[in-house]
Design a protein around this ligand. Structure first.
Ligand code: DND
Ligand code: ATP
Ligand code: GLN
Length: 555
């Protein structure tokens, strides 16, 4: 019996529905594992199909195609290490989220997921059937316990594996990023190794899928919770771990550890990678955005230039009569510092044409929001014309504070394909911009280092510049107050009364709650964006559009 087991873990980036490309990555990982003398090469949860497939994963032809391909892969990989790959499994009409072990030209085992996550961004109970408890798999003289992702977040499945003789645990995951997620995973996994006394290797995927971004950060733990390996965040990596038998049981030989960046750095990277993958995986190379001289569009431009390369990002200033000279200067300096193309497209003439066209209908009314929003909608129209002409996908720029209270124009500045700032509160937009000016990693940032967001943009009071001397604070509470209340209402699901108890003004908190609820229709029609928190708009927080309930009582 061998006293050493070599486990190659492939932290890779699949594409949902691209079986051929995912299989090519699986073959390359298998070859790398063979080179490293591996006994088992592992890929993440549902790697063959990509993750999450949502309702696509329920389509019979999709399931049949995936199963045929994994069976063909088993026949193809007759030599070398065993291969573990996540793919669906069908038993009669019961569909499982499964992990296939292929060895010696055959399917050695199919492990089925028991605990189906059904909260936050997950709806797995809609798609899969939960499996019964299972024991470990015998592979190359070792007893390997394989709980699939959520299975390892609960004590039961690992307890069964330990009681039925597992020597170590390998956990394949599709675990999407949110702030502080690594600590959360670590807490669950440390609990499992302490309870079971077994070492554990945790493999996550990387890459963006719509709103979700998988951050990798795979790791290994020994029984008392000592870290034995930590893979990089967000980068693909294939590394081999050694498990050895000792008088005290199996242990993972300590291997390379990568330093984990701080929250601001991880959030920024999450936004960059989700833009990069959204573009690449939908077949686009180029992007454009309206660059106003304000901080939201400046940070969005930096994210896009880092993700796609500055040569692929067009920044367009579309001034109106209310655009200040410093906005014009700041936008140009920002675009130049990022190395992006800068276009100048005044909207006065089309605005005048629209005003004249509407004059007979608007006759006798006073100018207000309708007239102001025409500027925003003309910008959307002109930016989408450029998008159609040059195949550049439009970025939209609203931060989480604005998206929460509906401080944006529907079919205007809300036009766009993807919004990297959608889950980033305005107070964090300032901090993240300052962070980007002070930090640069050429390994994944394609725009230059240095002050790419002019300090004046960070320092000045935010303004939509839709009327003379407009400031965001004319309509909204100061952003530190607004964000504090929003975090309580959204992340904390607290009431106006709770906000008052925390020191906020009752009228302001009630107004913010009202704005949050009446803006649901805008969010329903808004672009997807990078998920950074556990309460991102769309899947984490699903509210009705028509809703008259207010926590402080209905008016
Ligand atoms: N429940 C509902 N379901 C479906 N649609 C609903 C609706 N309630 C209103 N609506 C529709 O929505 C319209 C009102 O929404 P909308 O047209 O967006 O207009 P509105 O929200 O009134 O105005 C946009 C606000 O965003 C601010 N802002 C901030 C930052 C940047 C920008 C910018 O544009 O650059 C704008 C701007 O100063 C203003 O306060 C109504 O006229 C109605 O058609
Ligand atoms: N003059 C402009 N030229 C180009 N785009 C504009 C202009 N004004 C507004 N926009 C677009 O509309 C978006 C919404 O404007 P908004 O004022 O909310 O954001 P911002 O100007 O980037 O930041 P801030 O709110 O801090 O001023 C901008 O991010 C930008 O994409
Ligand atoms: N794919 C899963 O089972 C993921 C659920 C798990 N709780 C996570 O987010 O890591």
């Amino acid at each position: 019996m061998m006293d050493r087991f070599r486990l190659t873990m492939a932290q890779l980036n699949p594409v949902v529905g691209d079986f051929a490309a995912n299989l090519d990555k699986a073959r390359a990982a298998h070859a790398a594992g063979r080179e490293a003398g591996a006994d088992l090469v592992t890929l993440p949860e549902m790697f063959l199909t990509g993750y999450q497939t949502v309702d696509l994963g329920r389509k019979p032809a999709f399931v049949a195609d995936a199963i045929e391909r994994v069976q063909a892969l088993a026949r193809e990989l007759a030599d070398g290490p065993a291969l573990g790959i996540g793919a669906p499994f069908l038993e009669g009409t019961d569909l499982y989220n499964a992990y296939w072990l292929l060895d010696g030209g055959e399917v050695l085992a199919v492990i089925k997921k028991q605990m189906l996550p059904n909260d936050s961004v997950f709806d797995e109970k809609r798609v899969y059937v939960p499996a019964a408890p299972q024991g470990p798999v015998s592979l190359r003289g070792w007893r390997v316990g394989i709980p699939i992702c959520e299975d390892s977040w609960h004590p039961g499945p690992v307890e069964t594996l330990e009681e039925t003789g597992a020597e170590f645990l390998f956990v394949p995951n599709g675990s999407p990023y949110h702030r502080a997620k690594h600590d959360r995973r670590m807490n669950h996994m440390v609990a499992r190794v302490v309870e079971s006394g077994l070492p554990l290797a945790y493999l996550n995927m990387v890459g963006g899928q719509d709103d979700q971004i998988f951050d990798g950060c795979s790791f290994a733990l020994n029984p008392h919770g000592q870290l034995a390996a930590l893979f990089p965040s967000f980068d693909e990596a294939i590394r081999t771990l050694e498990v050895e038998r000792t008088p005290d049981g199996a242990r993972i030989v300590p291997a390379e550890e990568t330093r984990l960046p701080d929250d601001t750095a991880l959030d920024y990277r999450a936004m960059v990678e989700s833009v990069r993958d959204y573009w690449a995986k939908t077949g686009f190379e180029k992007a454009l955005l309206g660059l106003s001289g304000g901080i939201d569009s400046a940070l969005t431009a930096a994210v896009a230039a880092d993700a796609l390369g500055p040569e692929n990002v067009r920044c367009v200033m579309l001034p109106s009569e209310y655009t200040s000279p410093h906005s014009l200067e700041d936008a140009e300096v920002c675009a130049k510092a990022l190395g992006c193309r800068y276009d100048y497209v005044p909207i006065d003439a089309p605005r005048e044409a629209v005003t004249q066209t509407l004059a007979p209908l608007f006759n006798g009314t006073s100018p207000g929001i309708a007239e102001e929003n025409i500027q925003s909608r003309l910008r959307g129209l002109l930016l989408m014309a450029l998008s159609n002409k040059y195949g550049e996908m439009l970025l939209t720029t609203g931060n989480k504070s604005e998206v929460a209270v509906g401080y944006a124009t529907i079919y205007g500045d809300m036009s766009g394909a993807y919004n990297p700032l959608k889950d980033l509160y305005k107070t964090r937009v300032f901090a993240t911009s300052a962070w980007r000016n002070a930090n640069h990693d050429p390994a994944w940032m394609r725009a230059p280092a240095g002050e790419v967001i002019p300090q004046r943009i960070i320092d000045k009071p935010p303004s939509a510049e839709l009327r003379p001397d407009q400031k965001d604070e004319d309509s909204l509470p100061p952003y530190d107050v607004l964000d504090g209340i929003l975090e309580m209402l959204i992340e904390g699901e607290r009431s106006v009364e709770d906000c008052v108890a925390a020191g906020y003004d009752r009228d302001i908190a009630a107004k913010v709650e009202h704005l949050l609820y009446i803006a649901e229709y805008k969010r329903f029609q808004s672009a997807p964006g990078t998920r950074l928190t556990t309460r991102a708009f769309w899947l984490d927080r699903r509210y009705p559009i028509v809703n008259r309930w207010r926590s402080a009582g209905n008016q």
